[in-house]
Ligand binder design. Structure first.
Ligand code: MCA
Length: 507
């Protein structure tokens, strides 16, 4: 049974049970809770609406909305019709928006009414968009107005593409990783077993829903289990702790920056979380001291796991058994993992560091309209080259040991330095740039731009940061700028980023 079939089944089985409930973080108004029965009806109605708009199987449906019910209904209804969901971070400004919408050739675009003035200026340049629909995130009503109408059968072919999330690599612009219904189902089935999802689970959902972590691992995981999801659309540590206690939540999934904030909340240790059964950490390495502090403060051992946009989750510490500090655990059911020599790609012995490669039914279909990049990402026998370095211990636990790819992780978001460098290269005063991540207690890594200006040119750090923020989502923009007259380079003229990091951030 695919995830979608399971969800529709759950909408009948658990008809009266709460599926989704937004929790106010301050005193904002939130919609009433949505039961599984209502969710099934809303997905059906939204699918009729999308069908009326002419959505065909395989069409890309872009959504750049905050975390809200319209997003959730559109997402599930697009899957229901065999369309491809393209979730976009609401923080993307016009330059990034344009790139994703044009590259994906989106047919439908659902956006926040608050962004209409900027988006309207883009539309003449986006001929693929048949309908751009502005929504008030608080009001799903416009999606639900069409009279009932027959719909095509639900997609049952597991190779039907379901989701496209953009991710970058070493070569600049992001590419759309395409996951099929079969991939998403394999991802969720593995976690259902490994993490012991139950229908009486209550998940506190604090993550964004435009990434695999929040959308698939957390939300699909809960819907697949017939569990209840309580959603925050803005993270607040005290409110989160209070909700975990008041609503007797059983599951929380988060990134290290969020766990750090929970630990730093006033009187953190006074919140009794003993009723919880699973607190996971991922999207970035969990520092050892945080692992220990979490045990001491909350009496829970965080379960660290390892995944990627292209695969969902690959490795996880066990639900029962040792959760090893610093380790990302063991392969999930159905997932093959190996460590290979970075040059020869020959499998390495235990405890030797090499590239981590993964294979299995959970691994994405490849990159949207990028056959060369897809071919380059996989070995001839189907292993995905993750670009992450790691080792396998003799008892099967894996540990990450850095990255082969040029990547910064800040607060759980991936930032690809070449993307930022491309923006900096267009600045008239900048002759060369290198973007690196410096260690940061709050964010994990802090985006730092090292800049060489043209002779006689001037630009301040503030100007450069502002320039980037106009063209990139704010979290990608440098937080720090360092001016250098010369970069360390190797014999081939390649900037030595490791040396820059050692020189400028002591890492
Ligand atoms: C927000 N800001 C950030 C980040 N988030 N800066 C750097 N890194 C970040 N991650 C900036 C904003 O631009 C803003 O800057 C200021 O911080 C406050 O913004 P706000 O939205 O209020 O921040 P927040 O709500 O406190 O967000 C922090 C957060 C959030 C809750 C930790 O970053 C978050 O939800 N991270 C989780 C990301 C995630 O789910 N990643 C999964 C992808 P200014 O005020 O200057 O404008 S990886 C994945 O999916 C794979 C499969 C996996 O393995 O999980």
């Amino acid at each position: 049974m695919t995830f979608l079939q399971r969800l529709l089944h759950n909408c009948e089985t658990y008809a009266d049970k709460t599926a989704l409930e937004f929790i106010p973080v301050a005193d904002e108004a939130v919609p009433p809770p949505v039961s599984y029965g209502e969710l099934g009806a809303m997905v059906e109605k939204t699918a009729v609406y999308l069908h009326t708009l002419g959505l065909q199987p395989g069409d890309r449906v872009a959504m750049q909305l905050p975390k809200c019910l319209p997003f959730l209904y559109l997402h599930l209804a697009t899957l229901r019709l065999g369309g491809i969901v393209l979730p976009l971070n609401p923080a993307y400004p016009n330059a990034e928006r344009h790139y994703f919408l044009a590259d994906a050739e989106a047919s439908l675009f659902f956006a926040d009414a608050a962004d209409q003035p900027q988006i309207d200026t883009l539309l003449p340049d986006l001929p693929s968009i048949r309908h751009c629909i502005y929504l008030n995130p608080d009001d799903p009503a416009p999606l639900l107005l069409c009279p009932p109408a027959p719909l095509p059968p639900i997609p049952t072919d597991p190779t039907t593409t379901a989701l496209m999330i953009y991710t970058s690599g070493t070569t600049g612009r992001p590419k759309g990783a395409m996951s099929s219904h079969g991939n998403l189902t394999a991802q969720i089935d593995a976690l259902h077993t490994a993490w012991g999802w139950r229908d009486d689970d209550i998940l506190l959902h604090v993550l964004p829903i435009f990434h695999v972590h929040g959308l698939i691992v957390a939300l699909h995981g809960a819907l697949n289990a017939g569990a209840t999801t309580l959603l925050f659309n803005k993270f607040d540590a005290t409110r989160a702790l209070q909700t975990l206690v008041d609503r007797r939540c059983t599951v929380l999934m988060a990134v290290p920056t969020i766990h750090r904030r929970l630990l730093d909340a006033p009187n953190a240790a006074s919140y009794d979380l003993s009723h919880m059964r699973l607190l996971t950490s991922g999207s970035d390495r969990l520092p050892d001291d945080m692992f220990v502090a979490f045990q001491q403060t909350f009496g829970h051992t965080l379960l660290e796991r390892y995944g990627m946009t292209e695969t969902g989750m690959n490795l996880s510490n066990p639900l029962h058994g040792e959760r090893r500090v610093g380790s990302v655990g063991l392969p999930l059911p159905g997932v093959e993992v190996r460590i290979v020599d970075q040059v020869t790609e020959r499998p390495l012995a235990d405890n030797e560091v090499g590239e981590l490669q993964v294979r299995g039914p959970h691994v994405c279909q490849g990159y949207w309209r990028q056959p060369e990049k897809t071919a380059a990402a996989f070995t001839p026998d189907g292993w995905l080259r993750t670009g992450d370095l790691g080792l396998r211990e003799s008892d099967g636990y894996f540990t990450l040991k850095g990255r082969e790819k040029d990547l910064i992780i800040s607060g759980g978001y991936n930032i690809y330095p070449p993307e930022v460098e491309l923006v900096l290269a267009d600045h008239p005063a900048i002759a060369a740039s290198a973007v690196i991540g410096c260690p940061d207690v709050q964010w994990g890594e802090r985006v730092t731009a090292v800049i060489r200006l043209h002779d006689n040119a001037t630009a301040t750090a503030e100007e450069i940061i502002a320039y980037c923020r106009e063209r990139l989502a704010a979290y990608k923009a440098p937080r720090q700028v360092v001016f250098l007259s010369q970069f360390p380079q190797n014999a081939l003229g390649k900037v030595q980023k490791a040396q820059l990091r050692a020189q400028l951030c002591g890492g």
